[in-house]
Design a protein around this ligand. Structure first.
Ligand code: ATP
Length: 374
């Protein structure tokens, strides 16, 4: 990762908020994006992610708070005076100019005459060297989006802001472009702040993800941390499928909590519980579907000691190639999801079969049952 001496690619938001009349789109938030990182603002439509991005860009004036880029307070600077550039979903290329001139535009506007070398380098970076003399309408959607990225990077911004840049592409192209954008970011080494509502996209591309909900950052972390250690039902459900089982704290055993769930017991490392852990406290016990193993009830005696267990009956099984997705009805929770790799599949695991679900307690997380389940 390349860094500059003044860390001028750091983005620091302090207490920034945005209200429109009596409606608060973004509640006061503090956020630091380190220079050179790929940062994603992730959330459902209307959660305030675009407004946050637009306040960094200078396209929206914050109601309160400050925006700093490195050591510079840019809160009151117009967009063109900030060392940032934005790529939008609508590529907004100039249709009458060829690709070379689209990319050269920012340099020419600054009065730079000899643009050839820089534009060619930029087109190489986005792998469009061969397309320089084509017009935008002669390129695919993915290629046009790469032109938009090249055009935004040509003036060497410290921070590139991307507002749902892949939203107009079909799924396959989207997946390709996610890897492509990640490669470009690694190569140029500047800060990227990327807005998306697509959790897989954020997880694939970003080093750090801020999950937004109702104008607030609900949780901030690496993709793996958010997935494995969600702190709220919103984050647990937004990032993939979660099984959430109602339980109650019974006792503590060293670093673990022992919880009552139905007639049985579940073990949860206390450090992975964001709910109050006093005896009698209500906890939603979370476990991801792929962390659970399924054993036919006849073989229950073979399950190693020390694993969390639930009994259940297979309600449904869908073969999806590499894995089978089961729906299990259990006395403690209807419709538990379990994903089993097909190399491990037992032919007896069909709808109607009695099974035992079991998993390593270390993969369990605990959420505050007082929160609403989304
Ligand atoms: P999307 O993915 O749909 O763009 P978002 O998470 O980016 O959603 P924002 O565009 O930041 O959400 O909008 C947050 C909230 O602020 C929304 O409820 C939106 O309707 C509202 N909002 C945004 N701009 C304005 C405006 N100029 N005037 C009034 N309300 C606005």
């Amino acid at each position: 990762m390349k860094t500059t001496p003044d860390n001028s690619g750091d983005v620091r938001l302090s207490g920034i908020s945005k209200t429109y009349g009596s409606f608060t789109a973004v509640h006061p938030l503090d956020l630091t994006v380190p220079e050179g990182s790929f940062f994603a603002l992730l959330g459902a439509s209307g959660c305030g992610k675009t407004t946050t991005l637009r306040m960094i860009a200078g396209l929206e004036e914050p109601t309160t708070g400050t925006v700093r880029l490195g050591d510079q307070d840019v809160t009151h600077l117009p967009p063109y005076k900030r060392p940032v550039n934005t790529v939008f979903q609508s590529y907004a290329l100039f249709p009458h100019l060829d690709i070379f001139e689209n990319v050269a535009f920012g340099l020419r506007r600054r009065g730079i005459k000899s643009v050839k070398k820089q534009v060619e380098e930029m087109l190489e970076l986005v792998q469009l060297g061969e397309q320089a003399r084509k017009k935008p309408h002669q390129l695919s959607g993915g290629q046009q989006q790469r032109v938009a990225v090249a055009r935004a990077l040509i003036n060497h911004p410290k921070v590139l802001l991307l507002d749902e840049p892949l939203g107009a592409l079909d799924l396959k192209l989207r997946r390709q472009m996610q890897l492509e954008l990640k490669r470009i970011q690694t190569e140029v080494g500047i800060t990227f702040v990327h807005v998306t509502h697509d959790q897989e996209e954020a997880m694939t591309m970003a080093d750090t993800v801020a999950v937004m909900n109702g104008g607030r950052v609900e949780q901030l972390g690496s993709p793996a941390d958010l997935y494995e250690n969600p702190q709220s039902t919103f984050v647990a459900n937004f990032l993939g499928t979660s099984n959430l089982i109602e339980a109650e704290v019974d006792t503590k055993n060293g670093d673990d909590l022992v919880l009552k769930a139905g007639g049985g017991k579940l073990v949860l490392p206390e450090a992975r519980c964001s709910a109050p852990t006093t005896a009698g406290g209500k906890v939603l016990v979370g476990i991801r579907p792929e962390k659970i193993s399924l054993t036919h009830a006849d073989d229950a005696g073979e399950i190693p000691a020390g694993r969390n267990r639930l009994t259940g009956k297979i309600a449904d099984a869908s073969f999806i190639g590499v894995s089978t997705q089961y729906v299990i009805d259990s006395p403690v929770c209807d419709e538990l999801a379990v994903y089993v790799q097909n190399v491990e599949r037992d032919g007896r695991l069909v709808p109607g079969a009695d099974v035992v679900l079991h998993w390593n307690p270390a993969h369990t997380f605990g959420l505050d049952a007082a929160q609403d389940i989304d």
